[in-house]
Every structure is written in structure tokens, then in C-alpha cells.
Design a protein around this ligand. Structure first.
Ligand SMILES: Cc1cc2nc3c(=O)[nH]c(=O)nc-3n(C[C@H](O)[C@H](O)[C@H](O)COP(=O)(O)OP(=O)(O)OC[C@H]3O[C@@H](n4cnc5c(N)ncnc54)[C@H](O)[C@@H]3O)c2cc1C
Length: 329
């Protein structure tokens, strides 16, 4: 059964099926709604329910507070229309072009161990899926178990590759790590707005841990399309210890094809023989980027690291419009 979904103030009307969220319906129809995490933690997709009824998939989603509930604010990524519905969108970037979101079955073809508890998963879909390097997919790993993972490969084929870490006690990452080649899952793809802007200028890419995945995809895009930014391109990749720098070889191989680029690994626990930087990622940024306000930053990794980098850049007067990030939580 389909319902009519009306989006104010533009008055755009689209159909929504009973199985899809408001966000999925909008993206399927080519209507741009803002979103980030896709599972209810960030609140980027909040809209006001003006009329009609919705079913909430995740009523206790972290991003919804009692004030939102009083003001009829709902998450487009966690609400399904159960009648004809009118929503009002808030402020935000509504026009960023991105491929339409699709939901497909994917078969796990290969699992490669890259570093302690870090694996690369290669999935194949029935048809090629379009995405922009830097974007991520939502993997359906079980009943009510959906987690985001960023593609590390390039679009243009039926292959989706992810680099994922297994966390002790983590339901999603343990389920993913236990999958064997041949396993079938559903993927929703693509999501995310941390994608490469192609204009010239100084670029700094910052990857913490598995934040490597979207950064690798963007660097591969720059390498494949022979982008020349005409300015230095620094790629800072941080982890706890050298052994945790998973896929550093793939990153270095891609960086080698990007003009004016440098690979700058940094580890917190550096052995005496370590020839590169030691310390936190923020230390490496301070040591490397002498004029941060003149640079554009791409940052991905665990929330604690992304927040530390954002705070550093704020204190260095870097305009927020020059900071693109994916926080993995
Ligand atoms: C936009 C986006 C993109 C992402 N891309 C990737 C990716 O490419 N590769 C990847 O491995 N993960 C990625 N993640 C994180 C991933 O979606 C899961 O959050 C992660 O795998 C943990 O899920 P879980 O169910 O195992 O853990 P949960 O059950 O949610 O948490 C269990 C434990 O794991 C710890 N934990 C959870 N997440 C993190 C984290 N990010 N850093 C440190 N500790 C953590 C928590 O402290 C907790 O103790 C991404 C997240 C987002 C929002």
C-alpha cells in the first residue's frame, strides 16, 4: 500500500510505501532531505510532522528528546507513513546531489584480515550500485540490527568493499565479523555527505582507525581521475600502534597517484624504531598544517577523535564550511 507524503514548504508530493521510511521514500523519489547516520543517532534528518500518522521504527532513538516529541519532530530515517502524511522540513543543505538510495541483496564474496580485529569485506550486488566516494551503506545484519559502514572502493561496479573493526561487546561488528563468504545480507546505499569537493586548494585528509575507509575511497577517486588540486594534499592516518594501520599499503598506493600529496602516518604507541610521527592525530595536524584556515579538511573516524579534530580546527578559526566529516557513532 502506498501513502502520499507531502513535504512543506515546497509542497512536493511523493509516494511512500508501507515498508520504507520517509527518508527512503524521499531519496527514492529524488527529493533531497538532509541526513547523516541513517539509524537515529545524529538527528540530522529531523522534520516536523504537520499532519497524518507515522510509525516509529526506533521510538527511543538517541536523537529524539522530549522537546522533539512535544513539538511533533520526528526522524525521517526512523518513521514510516501509516496514513497520508505532511511533513515540514527544517533548515539545512537540501540540494547536495547524491545518487538515489537503493536497497539490494549483497553476497559476501571475500573476507581479508588486514590488522588485529580489522577486516576488509567484499560484497557483490546483483546490479552496480552508484555512490560517491566517501559515502556509506547501512548493512542489515539481523532483526533490528542495522549498522553503517563506509565504502573504501570506487563506484562503477557491483562490488561494495568495507573495512570494519570488531569491538568487544559490539553486537553489529561481531555479527559482521562472523559472516562467512556466501552469506547474504540487505544493504541500503548510499548515505552521507562527506564527499570530495573537486575545487582546487589545500586539502587535508584525516583518518582515525577504520575512518580510513571513506578517506581511501576519496583518495582513490582523486588518483583515478587525476585530480590536481594545485596545492599540497596531506593524508594523515592515525591509529593506536603501527600494526593497527590497516590497509596503509592501499592508501599509500593511491596517494602515490595524487599530485603534491604526502602520506603522514601517526601512532599513539610508537616503538623506538618507528620512523614516523608519534602522538595523537591532533598533534600531527598541528605539526603539519601551518595555515589551517586556508585548508579544506576531510575527517573520518571514531567520535572522540572527530570531536577532538573539530575542536582543534574551531580554535584555529577554520570555517566549519571547510570541514567535512563522518563521525562513526
Ligand atoms: C556514518 C558512519 C560510518 C561508519 N563507517 C564505519 C566503517 O567504515 N568501519 C567501521 O568499522 N565502522 C564504521 N562505523 C561504525 C559502525 O557503524 C558501528 O558503530 C561499529 O561497528 C560498532 O557497532 P557495534 O554494534 O559492534 O557496537 P555497539 O553495540 O554500538 O557498541 C559496542 C561497543 O563498541 C564500542 N564502539 C562502538 N563504535 C565505536 C567506534 N566507532 N569507535 C570506538 N569504539 C566503538 C562502544 O564503546 C561499545 O563499547 C560507521 C558509523 C557511522 C555512523
Amino acid at each position: 500500500m502506498t501513502r502520499q507524503l507531502r513535504i512543506e514548504p515546497d509542497g512536493v508530493a511523493i509516494d511512500a510505501t508501507e515498508h520504507e521510511t520517509i527518508l527512503q521514500a524521499a531519496r527514492r523519489s529524488g527529493v533531497a532531505l538532509p541526513y547523516e547516520c541513517g539509524w537515529g543517532s545524529c538527528g540530522s534528518c529531523k522534520v516536523t510532522l504537520v499532519d497524518g500518522q507515522v510509525a516509529l521504527i526506533f521510538p527511543s532513538a538517541p536523537a529524539v528528546n522530549p522537546r522533539d516529541a512535544r513539538r511533533n519532530r520526528i526522524l525521517a530515517c526512523q518513521s514510516r507513513a501509516v496514513s497520508d502524511v505532511t511533513i515540514a522540513r527544517g533548515a539545512g543543505d537540501w540540494s547536495a546531489p547524491t545518487p538515489r538510495c537503493v536497497e539490494q541483496q549483497a553476497i559476501l564474496r571475500e573476507v581479508e584480515h588486514l590488522a588485529p580485529e580489522i577486516r576488509q569485506f567484499t560484497f557483490e550486488t546483483a546490479a552496480p550500485i552508484d555512490f560517491r566516494p566517501g559515502q556509506y551503506a547501512i548493512l542489515h545484519l539481523g532483526e533490528g540490527l542495522r549498522r553503517c559502514y563506509s565504502m573504501c572502493n570506487l563506484p562503477g561496479s557491483a562490488i561494495l568493499q568495507f573495512i570494519a573493526k570488531r569491538y568487544d561487546g559490539g553486537h553489529g561488528s561481531n555479527t559482521l565479523a562472523a559472516l562467512q563468504p556466501g552469506a547474504r545480507i540487505t544493504v541500503e546505499v548510499p548515505f552521507g555527505t562527506c564527499t570530495l569537493r573537486r575545487q582546487p586548494g589545500r586539502k587535508v585528509f584525516v583518518a582515525g582507525g577504520t575512518g580510513l575507509a571513506p578517506i581511501l575511497s576519496m583518495i582513490r577517486e582523486a588518483a583515478q581521475t587525476q585530480l590536481d588540486f594545485g596545492s599540497p594534499v596531506d593524508v594523515i592516518y592515525g591509529a593506536r600502534a603501527p600494526a593497527d594501520l590497516a590497509a596503509a599499503d592501499m592508501l599509500e598506493a593511491a596517494i602515490a597517484h595524487v599530485a603534491h600529496s604526502r602520506y603522514l602516518p601517526v601512532v599513539e604507541q610508537a616503538p623506538a624504531s618507528w620512523p614516523h610521527a608519534a602522538g595523537f592525530i591532533t598533534d600531527a595536524i598541528k605539526a603539519t598544517v601551518t595555515d589551517p584556515a586556508a585548508a579544506e579538511f576531510y575527517v573520518a573516524g571514531p567520535p572522540v577523535m572527530v570531536n577532538a579534530v573539530k575542536a582543534l580546527l574551531r580554535s584555529a578559526d577554520v570555517p566549519i564550511t571547510q570541514v567535512h566529516y563522518d563521525s562513526f557513532g
